[in-house]
Design a protein. Structure first.
Ligand code: GGG
Length: 345
C-alpha cells in the first residue's frame, strides 16, 4: 500500500526560514521510501504583508485545509506593527482550524545542562487551550490616543471549550505511566473563569478515577516549575497561562531552541499545525545561529499525529543522542545535517 503525506509549509519570518529547512531535511531523511512526501510552501509573513498588505487571505486558508498537516516556523517581525502577523496569521490559523489543543511537551534530555541544580527528572506536557481565553480578540479601545484612553481584552471561557480540552488532557494523563493531571489557573482572583475551569475539571475527573489530580494557582505553578519540576506529568491550563508557562518550561529544560509544539485539531476535521514554541528571533535571523531542534522535534510530533510512530521515535532518539553528545557550537544546518544523518542511519 503506498502512503503519502501532503504537507503545507509556512516558514514565516526570521529564523523560521532556517529552522523549517532543517525540519524538512530531517523529515525527508526519516520517511521510508514508500511514503510519498508532497510539500507546498506558502509565502506568508512579514514580506508578504509588506508587498500586498495580506496576512492570510481566505483563498489560501481554503487551500491549507486540503493538507494532512502544516509545519510552521515563526511569525513576527519588528518592521510590522505588533499583533498584525500574530493575530492575522498565527492565531487566524489556530482559530480557523479549531486547534483547541495546544500541546507543548517539556523534557530535560540527558546531558542537557539546564539552569536548575541536580539535573531534575523533568518530563511533562502542557495541554494549553488554543482557541479561547484572552487571545480571542474580544476587546477594543475607547478615547484612543487621549490621556483617558481605555483598553479592554476580555477573556472568553466557554463550558464547551473548557470541557473538550480538559477531556483531552485527562485522556493524555490516563495514557501516561504516572497518570497525574494538574489544573493551573488563578481561581482565587479570576473567580468567574477560574471556577468554571475547576468545576469542569472536577466533574470530568470523576470519569477518570485512575488519574491523580491537583490544582495550582498559576503563580504557585511558576515557583514549582523551578523548584520541583519533576512533580508535573500533564498540566491543563488556559491559553494565556499556557503560553507563558511553556516558555518557563523551555527555560528549565535547556532553552527555547528545544521546545516543540503541536496545535491539534483532535477530530481531524482540519489539519493540525506543528511549530517550534520560539518566535522569529530577528536578532539572529539569517546568521545560521538558530537551533533547529525545536522544529525537528515538532516534525516528530507531526509524524506521531499522522500515525508514523516509529519515525517519530527515531527523531526523538536522534535528538536525544545529538544533545547528549553536543560539545562545540554548530550552525543551524550542521545540527540539521547531524540529525538527518542519525535518523537515516
Ligand atoms: N513559532 C511560532 C511563533 O512564531 N510564535 C510566536 C508567538 O507569537 N506565539 C504566540 C503563541 O504561541 O500564542
Amino acid at each position: 500500500m503506498s502512503r503519502s503525506i501532503s504537507l503545507a509549509v509556512i516558514p514565516g519570518d526570521g529564523i523560521g526560514q532556517e529552522v523549517v529547512a532543517e525540519g524538512l531535511k530531517v523529515l525527508s531523511a526519516v520517511l521510508p521510501q514508500d511514503v510519498k512526501l508532497e510539500t507546498k510552501e506558502y509565502s506568508l509573513g512579514a514580506k508578504r504583508w509588506h508587498e500586498t498588505g495580506e496576512t492570510l487571505p481566505d483563498a489560501e486558508l481554503e487551500q491549507l485545509k486540503a493538507h494532512d498537516a502544516i509545519l510552521l516556523g515563526a511569525v513576527g517581525d519588528p518592521s510590522v506593527p505588533s499583533g498584525v502577523l500574530e493575530r492575522g496569521l498565527l492565531l487566524k490559523l489556530r482559530f480557523a482550524f479549531d486547534h483547541h489543543v495546544n500541546l507543548r511537551p517539556s523534557r530535560l534530555f540527558p546531558g542537557v545542562k539546564g539552569p536548575l541544580a541536580g539535573e531534575p527528572d523533568i518530563d511533562f506536557v502542557v495541554v494549553r487551550e488554543g482557541t479561547e481565553g484572552p487571545y480571542v480578540g474580544n476587546g477594543g479601545s475607547l478615547r484612543t490616543g487621549t490621556p483617558q484612553e481605555v483598553a479592554t481584552e476580555v477573556s472568553l471561557n466557554t463550558a464547551f471549550g473548557i470541557e473538550r480540552v480538559v477531556r483531552d488532557a485527562y485522556a493524555r494523563a490516563q495514557a501516561r505511566p504516572r497518570r497525574k493531571l494538574t489544573l493551573v489557573h488563578k481561581n482565587n482572583v479570576l473567580v468567574h473563569a477560574g471556577h468554571l475551569w475547576k468545576n469542569i475539571f472536577d466533574r470530568v475527573g470523576e470519569e477518570y478515577p485512575e488519574v491523580a489530580t491537583d490544582y495550582l494557582h498559576v503563580d504557585a505553578a511558576t515557583i514549582f516549575f523551578v523548584t520541583q519540576p519533576e512533580r508535573f506529568d500533564v498540566i491543563v491550563t488556559d491559553n494565556l497561562f499556557g503560553d507563558i508557562l511553556t516558555d518557563l518550561a523551555a527555560a528549565v529544560t535547556g532553552g527555547i531552541g528545544l521546545a516543540a509544539s503541536g496545535n491539534i485539531n483532535p477530530g481531524g476535521e482540519f489539519p493540525s499545525m506543528f511549530e517550534p514554541v520560539h518566535g522569529s528571533a530577528p536578532d539572529i535571523a539569517g546568521q545560521g545561529k538558530a537551533d533547529p531542534t525545536a522544529t525537528v522535534l515538532s516534525v516528530g510530533m507531526l509524524l506521531r499525529h499522522l500515525g508514523y510512530t516509529a519515525e517519530a521515535e527515531r527523531i526523538e532518539a536522534a535528538v536525544a543522542a545529538d544533545l547528549a553528545e553536543r560539545s562545540a557550537a554548530r550552525s543551524t544546518s550542521e545540527i540539521g545535517d547531524a540529525l538527518a544523518a542519525r535518523v537515516a542511519g
